[in-house]
Design a protein around this ligand. Structure first.
Ligand code: NOJ
Length: 740
């Protein structure tokens, strides 16, 4: 038996860093000095210009900009644009600013580079399913390199909204339901996009949507959110705080109102928490026209009133709404806003421009040669394939029908998503081009042995009632040795403004599945979707299910790698898959209630379905098996605020090498307020050869055991804790320890 040790130290050692001497700080930060010097020369209009962001357009002739905006940039009245990309266009617009405006302040060029620019990576939810933040960092690095080469210097990503409601279409853009996992991914993405911002391969990132946008009532996009301050601070804010600490250049306010106050007018969120408590110095930009939307929210009388409320709340830049441009001057004259708030906002924008080095070289990002050489580089495509295969989750594999056996003569690829290029990219794919995408059919054709015949039959559309193509697909299934059935949601069924009330497979796809499996039980389902689906009506019939999400440009190859066993799947769900939409919101770190579910009637449960979801958070299979042998802590009793070492022993008891995401969960048994039944506090993906055993040591920091206590302070409480380890949130081996 092979045995190896793997030590993992999560958290930071306070004592070590405290021993190091802090380097002497220069009296005045050089960037601040430059910002102040420039600010001193600026007129009010020019300051408001820096607080203004407008989109450029795109029509059949290519990128466009309206005559008005051209003039406004020349006059210094618009300091930032978005949606402009490709070097020639960006150069043209940057020239308007630096060759014509009085102070020659370069523009920021924003763009939604969410999961890739031209080389599209798996959607963010999929990347989170890798449980490897390094993969998200790599994906963000490649995206930054490509979009920076196309002239972009600011991405509106990452979306760090915690989302516990699969009806909400934007779950696809985040990292799922868990704060701990989501925070790790948020930071990795910021690091990936920004690097140290010094070179031309990094861009400013944007933590969005601040805050609690993922908690929209009933999962309906843009809807109201209501929550306690404790839940806000414990569940929804930590990824944002971590981004601020990681130096993210900007924050974007959300569309929703939170406890009655729209996010873009929410002083508590922006000035009190973000700018004061967290000492954040970057830009706070609104989401698209969300200042104006305070009028229909019923929070502002008109756009002027909305502009006033936004500035007072701490919004630095108006995206597309024109309210700052139209009203700040008058509001200042009427003494309804202050020049110090305007100066502060302007400083924040200039600071990022200096950080990017744009004043030294406004064309730093603008280089045709680099654009040509960088986009869709071979190593970028390889990285996208690697991240994609590490994001795929094996949900079911009856009789180990996957991976595909050698020597197959005939494979039928069936289903509406089996040969769709555009759907490989999901919903928000920046400048991604469907023509560059590898479909599932193409991936399988490439990977199959030379003697294998691979045919494609659509069977039906994603979302229609038409079953006229069933017969041909069923015939092909019965004549094939193996069937790959690619079904799910089309890319445009997820993302912004794509909430669903019914999260089952759309159209007649479930019926197609039943017919195909009946014709040939050697069928593997490949799901493509951007949210948890209710798979209750297919899970028992489907012999094998692979959750491939929207895997990006190289998706077909990545899926084939997993189907043919070239890569042993290692992804785990970053969000719970419910049995029914009636269970929503359902998430693993719920409270126990005073009447936890058991046999009796008067306990917290449904009378028609179990409380448990179909697939729990953290779940995912492999072509091998892992057994959790032991968990213990190095002591039974600790002093409050000390670090706890937890040892977990795992063995690969199967026949092939595989990677397992070892997960650590903690339960604080009694608190001054009720605590979740368990909370993720550590994870690590490790590779084990067959028969290999590994010891992983996690370290729980005082912060990991802390929460917002009854008196609203954040900290740990003395008492007993349980700690669980396993390959999902149902982790069964456990140990206890006490903090005294
Ligand atoms: C609206 C979306 O909510 C936001 O995420 C995006 O960055 C902006 N539009 C800009 O496109």
């Amino acid at each position: 038996m092979r045995f190896c040790y793997f030590f993992l130290f999560l958290g930071f050692s306070i004592s070590l860093s405290a021993q190091k001497k802090a380097p002497a700080k220069p009296a005045v930060d050089p960037i601040e000095a430059k910002v102040n010097a420039l600010l001193a020369k600026m007129t009010l209009e020019e300051k408001i210009g820096q607080m203004t962001l407008f989109t450029t357009g795109w029509d059949v002739t290519g990128p466009t900009i309206s005559g008005n905006h051209e003039q406004e940039i020349k006059n210094g009245k618009v300091g930032n644009v978005f949606n402009a990309h490709t070097v020639d266009f960006v150069r043209k617009i940057q020239k308007l600013a630096v060759e014509n405006s009085r102070l020659k302040i370069p523009l920021l060029f924003g763009y939604d580079v969410i999961h890739g620019y031209k080389t599209i990576f798996p959607v963010p939810l999929a990347e989170a399913a890798s449980w490897e933040p390094e993969m998200a960092k790599l994906s963000a690095q490649v995206a930054a390199r490509e979009c920076a080469a196309a002239g972009v210097n600011w991405t509106f990503a990452p979306m760090v909204d915690i989302a516990r409601d699969p009806r909400w279409g934007r779950v696809v853009e985040g990292s799922g339901e868990d704060t701990y996992l989501g925070t790790k991914f948020a930071v990795a993405r910021v690091q990936g996009f920004q690097g140290d911002l010094s070179g031309p391969e990094s861009v400013i990132a944007c933590a969005k949507h601040y805050a609690a946008y993922g908690a929209a009532q009933a999962g309906r996009d843009y809807h109201t959110t209501e929550m306690s301050d404790r839940t806000l601070r414990e569940v929804y804010l930590p990824p944002f705080k971590a981004c601020a600490e990681a130096g993210v250049g900007s924050f974007m306010t959300a569309f929703n109102d939170l406890n009655g106050v729209p996010a873009s007018g929410n002083k508590y969120l922006i000035r009190d928490i973000l700018k004061k408590e967290w000492n954040y110095k970057g830009i706070v930009v609104t989401d698209y026209t969300s200042i104006n939307e305070m009028v229909p929210h019923g929070y502002a009388a008109d756009n002027k009133d909305a502009a006033r409320k936004a500035l007072i709340a701490g919004v630095d830049m108006d995206m597309e709404g024109s309210t700052y441009m139209d009203y700040l001057k008058a509001l200042l004259a009427e003494k309804k806003v202050t020049i110090s708030d305007i100066d502060d906002a302007t400083r924040r924008v200039l600071r990022q421009k200096f950080r990017l080095g744009l004043f030294d070289d406004p064309f730093k990002y603008i280089n045709n040669e680099r654009e040509k050489k960088t986009i869709l580089r071979a190593d970028h495509l390889e990285a996208s394939r690697e991240v994609a295969r590490r994001s795929i989750v094996l949900l079911k594999n009856n009789g180990d029908i996957l991976p595909l056996k050698k020597g197959l003569k005939k494979i039928a690829v069936i289903g509406p998503l089996g040969n769709s290029k555009v759907d490989m990219m999901g919903n928000w794919y920046g400048a991604g081009d469907a023509a560059n995408c590898v479909t599932i059919l193409e991936g399988i054709q490439k990977a199959a042995e030379s003697g294998t015949q691979v045919g494609y039959y659509k069977g039906c559309d994603v979302n229609s009632k038409d079953t006229s193509q069933f017969a041909a697909a069923v015939k092909a299934a019965s004549e094939a040795e193996f069937v790959i059935l690619a079904i799910g949601e089309s890319g445009d069924m997820t993302g912004e403004a794509a909430s669903r009330s019914d999260i089952r497979l759309p159209g007649v796809q479930a019926a197609l599945l039943a017919a195909i499996v009946q014709a040939n039980p050697n069928t593997a389902i490949v799901l493509m979707n951007g949210r948890p689906l209710d798979l209750s009506n297919i899970v028992d019939i489907a012999p094998s299910i692979l959750e491939a999400w929207y895997p990006g440009t190289q998706g077909g190859h990545a899926i084939a790698d997993v189907l043919f066993g070239k890569y042993n799947p290692s992804g785990k769900l970053p969000i719970t898959f419910p049995r029914s939409v009636g269970q929503v919101p359902i998430f693993y770190n719920m409270k126990n209630t005073g009447r936890p579910m058991n046999e009796g009637k008067y306990t917290s449960k449904y009378i028609d379905i179990p409380n448990t979801p179909l697939f729990v958070f953290g779940y995912g299979l492999s072509y091998t098996k892992f057994e959790y042998l032991e968990i213990n802590t190095n002591k039974a009793v600790y002093d409050v605020n000390s670090f706890v070492k937890v040892n977990v022993t795992v063995k690969n008891t199967g026949k092939v090498a595989g990677e397992e995401v070892v997960q650590l969960y903690v339960h604080d048994i009694v608190g001054s307020v009720t605590r979740p039944v368990r909370e993720l506090k550590g994870f690590q993906k490790v590779k084990l050869e067959p028969g290999q055993t590994i010891l992983i040591q996690f370290q729980l920091t005082p912060k990991d055991l802390s929460f917002v206590r009854l008196d609203n302070t954040f900290g740990m409480e003395a008492g007993k804790f349980e700690v669980f380890a396993g390959g999902s949130s149902s982790a069964t081996i456990s140990s206890t320890f006490e903090m005294k």
